[in-house]
Design a protein around this ligand. Structure first.
Ligand code: GLN
Length: 410
């Protein structure tokens, strides 16, 4: 199953471009989970309520009839609030008039940034494993991807491979810290190495920092734009989805120097015109929440991380503790996992827990076929429900032949 060309669309009228990438495996797992009535630890969205203040602000904005288009690249109040938050958090000066584009989620921000920067044949260096969207982002924008593998257990940046990946054709390097799916938080020295390469090869860093406020273990998130003069050649992407538990609102932003922002604004304008106006108003409220909100968010996710780690261990897996974001990548080689897609489909259908097959984070699917990703952005009771279902796993694996699992010595 994992080897089937899942992206084939049996109709010659559709473009070669869209034929060359599959549908999102993450969203597919959510649909399968709904079909089977399972517990969704696949797609990274909270199943608990969004903050009351945000919901009230959204409703108030609709009642106040802020229901027409905002300025295409973002309501002025929101761009101002973004600039203030970035200054307060990282000491970075951002001009809300020139440097900020508000987008429909960071997904649009990333696609718009790539379309704004890439000419066909330009190369994009992408750290691997990578959030599945970056593959199609590269294909749609015409970039030739050059993947640099980060290896377990620590997923440190491999210096020599990184240097070897940059060429005279490198236009962008795509970074995601804290990382989805590994949870890795890039260290300052690693960011410096990437920054030096960007300067040497005149490349732009496009950096997805959507999990910027979800960092554990006394580590801290360092934005690429704070390294040396990198603000001049960085597109920083973040948004309200993960930090404020409103993934369905689709409000995010790209921060970049004026010439690049102008290009992103132009693409964004013709892609979507703008993000939802009343929800942009509520995003202002989000960005003005006090420091204790972020402390509470972190405590919440520290507890959930422990909870899911315990459930996964009890089910016989060896999960790696993530440094940031809200995913746990599990290596199931010990259990004999060889086909993650077949196993994930069996797991949701039989055990009732949805996870994301690891291969969806790799350019060569075989590199991730022994991995599964679970999210802990869920209510404690949801995590416990998943834990109770997963507890049956060791026995099921011992008894029956299970799709995707190869028995050792059998
Ligand atoms: N970023 C989330 C994840 O990795 C949600 C992806 C999506 O469906 N937009 O699960």
């Amino acid at each position: 199953m994992g080897e089937q060309p899942r992206h084939a669309i049996a109709d010659s009228r559709v473009s070669a471009r869209v034929q060359s990438f599959p549908e999102s495996v993450i969203r597919e797992m959510t649909r399968l989970c709904l079909h089977h009535g399972g517990v969704n630890l696949a797609q990274g969205f909270p199943d608990f309520p969004a903050p009351l203040e945000l919901k009230q602000a959204a409703k108030a904005a609709i009642d106040a009839d802020l229901n027409q288009y905002a300025i295409t690249w973002g309501a002025p109040r929101l761009r101002e609030a973004i600039a203030v938050a970035v200054k307060r958090t990282y000491g970075l000066e951002v001009d809300p008039g020139r440097d900020v584009t508000v987008t429909c989620g960071s997904t649009e921000a990333m696609m718009a940034a790539m379309l704004a920067l890439i000419d066909p044949g330009d190369e994009a260096v992408i750290l691997e494993p990578f959030y599945e969207n970056y593959g199609p982002d590269a294909i749609v924008s015409g970039a030739s991807p050059r993947f640099v593998p980060l290896r377990p257990p620590d997923f440190a940046l491999p210096q020599e491979a990184m240097k070897a990946a940059f060429t005279t054709r490198t236009k962008v390097v795509v970074i995601n810290t804290p990382n989805n799916p590994t949870g890795r938080v890039l260290r300052t020295e690693e960011l410096r190495l990437i920054a030096d390469l960007c300067v040497d090869y005149d490349a732009i860093a496009v950096t997805d920092e959507i999990y910027e406020h979800i960092v554990y273990e006394g580590l801290r998130h360092v934005p690429m734009a704070t390294i040396g003069d990198m603000a001049e050649r960085t597109v920083t992407i973040s948004g309200i989805s993960k930090t404020y538990s409103v993934t369905g609102w689709r409000v995010a932003w790209a921060i970049a120097p004026p010439a690049i922002s102008d290009a992103i604004k132009r693409i964004h304008d013709f892609l979507t015109v703008g993000a939802p106006a009343p929800l942009q108003e509520a995003a202002v409220t989000a960005l003005q929440l006090p420091a204790r909100y972020y402390e509470g968010l972190l405590q919440l996710y520290i507890g959930k991380r422990q909870r899911l780690l315990a459930h996964l261990r009890a089910a016989g897996m060896s999960p790696v503790t993530p440094e940031g974001a809200y995913y746990i990548l599990c290596d199931l080689s010990d259990l004999g996992l060889v086909d993650d897609v077949a196993f994930a489909k069996w797991l949701v259908g039989t055990v009732g827990v949805a996870a994301v097959p690891g291969s969806s984070f790799y350019s060569r699917r075989a590199d991730g076929s022994h991995l599964l990703r679970f999210t802990f952005s869920k209510k404690d009771e949801t995590l416990d429900d998943a834990g109770a279902r997963l507890a049956a796993l060791p026995e099921l694996l011992g008894r029956a032949s299970v799709p995707g699992i190869e028995r050792r010595g059998a």
